[in-house]
Design a protein around this ligand. Sequence first.
Ligand code: MRU
Length: 340
Amino acid sequence: MQTLQTTSLQVRDNQLWILDQQALPQQKNWLPAHSVPQLIEHIHALRVRGAPLIGLSASLLLALLAEQGQTRAELAQALETLRAARPTAVNLMNNLDRMKLALAQPDFAPALAEEAWRLVQEDKQLCDAIADAGCTRVKPGSQLLTHCNTGGLATAGVGTALGVIARAHQQGLIKNVWVDETRPLLQGGRLTAWELGELAIPYTLITDSMAASLMARGEVDAVWVGADRIAGNGDVANKIGTYSLAVLAHYHQIPFYVAAPHTTLDRSCPDGAAIPIEQRAASEVTGVAGSFGSVQWAPEAAKVYNPAFDVTPATLISGWVLDTGVVTPDQVQGGIFQPQ
Ligand code: MRU
């Protein structure tokens, strides 16, 4: 396969490499993701993360394994193992469905390489289209609040919600971005803060608990988040803490936008209650770990609840900003996301 370089994925020497998102921003380490167990371990540890990026990394690895001579049966097994790596983001399943069709081709190795390459190029185009559509909703002088990380690290392109923010900045529309640190794994504090800094976009880091008082002071003009899955009724699964922001935005009458590619839409999922939510290790809540080391502050035996995502009901969302354009609450109520 030809060489590839995105913000957080590389294909070189016919192997896949990932930028370790757990070590950022202190260290920029490219790690091998040369086998299915290796990539799955990276996905579980969130060294590779973000709905679109997980799907792309799995697709690229399958294509590379095919080029290295794995059989159709081995690749079919690998594909199903990768499909189960993270349950909530539907992009992984969507991408692997397309890779499965390529695997059924008589000449499957080149078909897989072409499909993985196409998925990467498409993701870049989807991000650009989301950014263009989203900018129509950003007012000049905006102070926007964002949660988790939805930028170039999480996609092959400019990102989803963060892509909108970056393009709006290019258009001179952004005064400041409030970056939620995003407990427990701190994707906002570590990754979004780093990306915004690299892009020279003015930002201010806050803990998640500070959003309410900022809104009450009139210092948030809109909230922009990504999505891991959009159900047929418009409910959205995204990083834990998203729902709290939506409730706060509703109370303070602030627009709340979800930005995602149309491939994040799961028409077969009737509503948010049907979206599987990943539960994660207690250690992520009892302490913190990263390139800075690890520390535990809670009692060893503390009982912990640690869902990685929550569901925001459609009634709290002002607009679903897709690559195809901005979908309004009326359109969602009218069934635009229902099975066709
Ligand atoms: O657990 P993570 O860091 O993979 O969660 C990421 C999110 O929730 C993002 O908002 C979502 O995947 C969209 S990324 C463009």
